[in-house]
Structures are given as structure tokens and as C-alpha cells.
Design a protein around this ligand. Structure first.
Ligand code: 5GP
Length: 114
């Protein structure tokens, strides 16, 4: 598998505003934010879509969500509310084929989403 753009960010081959890293995940600001807080939480393991995740990724998927929740708290949006989004495949708007969770906060979000 060739490196995704996110793997290149993780390897510091291309720049990004990285705000968190541990052995499982990296989190950085989205280059094209759609909310005042727009952070991507990305596993270091390059899994193309949610369809490709399996039982062995259980801990990793939990780490992604827990990291997003901690960053929401750190960024001061946990009480007002925030949205976590994982797009799967083109029909859902996925453009980067390396699983990632969008942490969106700092504004009101409609439900259901458009
Ligand atoms: P998707 O549409 O796949 O769910 O989300 C991909 C996200 O990655 C988009 O919100 C897009 O703005 C962001 N993105 C794409 N390329 C880059 C990049 O090179 N750097 C950063 N920081 N974000 C990127």
C-alpha cells in the first residue's frame, strides 16, 4: 500500500499542525476547517476505510474516539457540544482513504446532517 497523505503527515514528510501524538494515533488541524475547531484524529496504522477495520483494530478504534473526546475537553467544547464524524467511502464524502475521525466544535450543528 502506498503511503496516504496522512501517513506522510505522521512521518513528518509533509507539514501539519500536529497537536497530539501517542503510540496509536496522531491528531492535527484540518487544512480546510468547516468549524472553529476541526481536528482530525488519525490512527498510525493505515486502514483505508471503516470497511477495512476488523476485530484486531478494536483497541485502536477505541483510542481514536477517546482521543477525540479528550481533545474536545482540552479545546473547551465538551460542555457546549461537538460532533465526531467518520466518513466511509465516496458516497459519504470520504476523500482521504486512511481512516480518520473529524472532531468538529465551536458552532451549532444541525441534525440530521445535510
Ligand atoms: P474526509 O473527506 O476524507 O472525511 O476528510 C478528509 C479531510 O482531510 C478533509 O476535511 C480535508 O480538508 C483534510 N485534508 C486533506 N488533505 C489534508 C492535508 O494535507 N493536511 C491536513 N491538515 N488536512 C487535510
Amino acid at each position: 500500500m502506498t503511503d496516504s497523505i496522512f501517513t506522510k503527515i505522521i512521518k513528518r514528510e509533509i507539514p501539519a499542525n500536529i497537536i497530539y501524538e501517542d503510540e496509536y494515533v496522531v491528531a492535527f488541524e484540518d487544512v480546510n476547517p468547516v468549524a472553529p475547531i476541526h481536528i482530525l484524529v488519525v490512527p498510525k496504522k493505515q486502514i483505508p476505510t471503516m470497511n477495512d477495520a476488523n476485530e484486531e483494530d478494536t483497541i485502536l478504534l477505541g483510542k481514536i474516539l477517546l482521543t477525540a473526546g479528550k481533545l474536545a475537553k482540552q479545546k473547551g467544547v465538551s460542555e457546549d457540544g461537538y460532533r465526531l464524524v467518520i466518513n466511509c467511502n465516496k458516497g459519504a464524502g470520504q476523500t482521504v482513504f486512511h481512516i480518520h475521525c473529524h472532531l468538529l466544535g465551536g458552532r451549532i450543528f444541525n441534525w440530521p446532517p445535510g
